[in-house]
Design a protein around this ligand. Structure first.
Ligand SMILES: Cc1ncc(COP(=O)(O)O)c(C=O)c1O
Ligand SMILES: N[C@@H](CCCC[NH3+])C(=O)O
Length: 407
């Protein structure tokens, strides 16, 4: 059943994030089925969309969680994900986060440097509890994606080189406090080419083989996330081919494949609804000013990302010719734009628009800039829609501030 955006905007106001849970579920199933012939765990990358209801939706389907902070681990736990399905990644983990992760008993901590390995070892020793770890290998493969979201090259801050990883595995194997159970790579996000993944998987699988030859048996082959989606006219990677490339790279090895998709599961199952405030034309350019802004959806200004825009007024075509306009928000920054040079009809104040592909890295990257409350979030499932996060109000925003009326 199509989602009634007008009814939702009326009921909950705008800007409003709307998610199609049926679509998210379908995305999960398709990926899980692609790995049907292998042992696999889909660990949802919580950073893409951290709403507890979203995490819980995937958790109920059997997903684990890929987390990059204690906050995300606690979100995953709160949403009902069992510890043994949680992975803790990220280049900089604090001691208190490592300690909490160990106490939770998560599946493994992903190490991104030698310094971090020693830190985890120290914390594990202090707690008297062995730490299951994996090492994020940087295979130095160009993922052919936006430079801000490329992670698998030596110029990026992520992971460690193959030789160093091998030395770290030997160290970990000999440590009383580290149990090297996994290996990890993640070369970038919004990947649309299979070849770099194939190359990275084969480099990392070779490392697994060479570790096995010296008695270090890895059990989890974590291929990261990164599956791209269609924002405009991209050709996304076929998930069956993706799964095939990965399973072939580890042929002969007894490994559980872990995959950490974020965007693939949620991006195209989300919209940001916004209403037109006014429009203006300075002679050189036409601007349509809406009530959503860069603080609500940061991707356009941060990555020059393209998001499709649906004009939802049925009479729009009868109003006259559509002409190019920039869709901008009310924030005092020239970078506050959501779409550029789009053909839009003559607008009226209150017209409703849906910004597409906003289910991933939309709400999670939103801020309170200009003291704007973050949008409410709504989930639709089998014809029913429900609020899964209230709109932030002024009191929510100032709750932690103090001392302003003193002295
Ligand atoms: C380690 C790791 N895993 C998973 C993801 C999820 O990426 P994506 O949303 O592109 O699937 C990311 C983000 O790029 C990441 O850094
Ligand atoms: N936040 C980014 C992707 C970064 C992925 C996180 N490792 C985006 O909106 O596309």
């Amino acid at each position: 059943m199509p989602i009634d955006f007008h009814a939702l905007a009326e009921k909950y106001g705008t800007p409003l994030y709307v998610y199609d849970f049926d679509q998210m579920r379908e995305n999960y199933r398709r990926l899980k089925e692609a790995f049907a012939g292998s042992k696999s765990l889909i660990a949802y990358a919580v950073k893409a969309n951290s709403n507890l209801s979203v995490i819980s939706l995937f958790g109920k389907l059997g997903a684990g969680a890929d987390c990059v902070s204690l906050g995300e681990i606690l979100r995953a736990r709160t949403a009902g994900i069992e510890p043994y399905r949680i992975i803790f990644s990220g280049v900089g983990k604090r001691d208190d986060e490592i300690e909490a992760a160990l106490k939770e008993g998560i599946l493994m901590i992903n190490l991104e440097s030698e310094a971090e390995m020693h830190r985890v070892e120290e914390v594990a020793q202090r707690l008297g509890q062995e730490a299951r770890i994996s090492i994020r290998v940087n295979p130095n493969v160009d993922p052919q994606t936006h430079p801000y979201i490329s992670t698998g090259l030596h110029e990026n801050k992520f992971g460690v080189e193959i030789d160093r990883a091998k030395r770290m595995y030997i160290y970990a194997k000999n440590s009383d406090w580290l149990d090297p159970v996994g290996i990890h790579f993640h070369i970038g996000s919004q990947l649309t080419e299979l070849e770099p993944i194939k190359e990275a998987a084969s480099i990392v699988a070779d490392l697994v083989r060479s570790l096995a030859a010296i008695g270090i048996e890895i059990r989890f082959f974590d291929v990261g996330g990164g599956l791209g989606v269609v924002y405009r006219d991209e050709t996304p990677i076929d998930v069956e081919e993706y799964a095939k490339v990965i399973t072939e790279s580890i042929k002969g090895l007894d490994l559980t494949i872990i995959c950490e998709p974020g965007r693939y599961l949620t991006a195209n199952a989300g919209w940001l609804l916004t209403r037109v405030l006014y429009e203006k034309n300075n002679g050189a350019k036409r601007f349509v000013i809406v009530d959503a802004a860069m603080n609500d959806l940061m991707r356009p200004t941060l990555y020059q990302a393209y998001h499709g825009v649906e004009y939802l007024e049925p009479d729009a075509k009868e109003r006259g010719e559509a002409t190019p306009a920039d869709l901008v928000g009310p924030i005092c920054e020239s970078g506050d734009w959501l779409a550029k040079e789009r053909l839009l009809p003559p607008t009226r104040s209150g017209d409703l628009l849906a910004i597409r592909s906003a289910g991933a890295y939309g709400f999670t990257m939103a801020s309170n800039y200009n003291t704007r409350g973050r949008p409410a979030e709504v989930a639709c499932e089998q014809g029913q829609c429900r609020l899964i996060r209230d709109r932030e109000n002024f009191e929510d925003q100032i709750r932690l501030e103090k001392g302003h009326l003193e002295a």
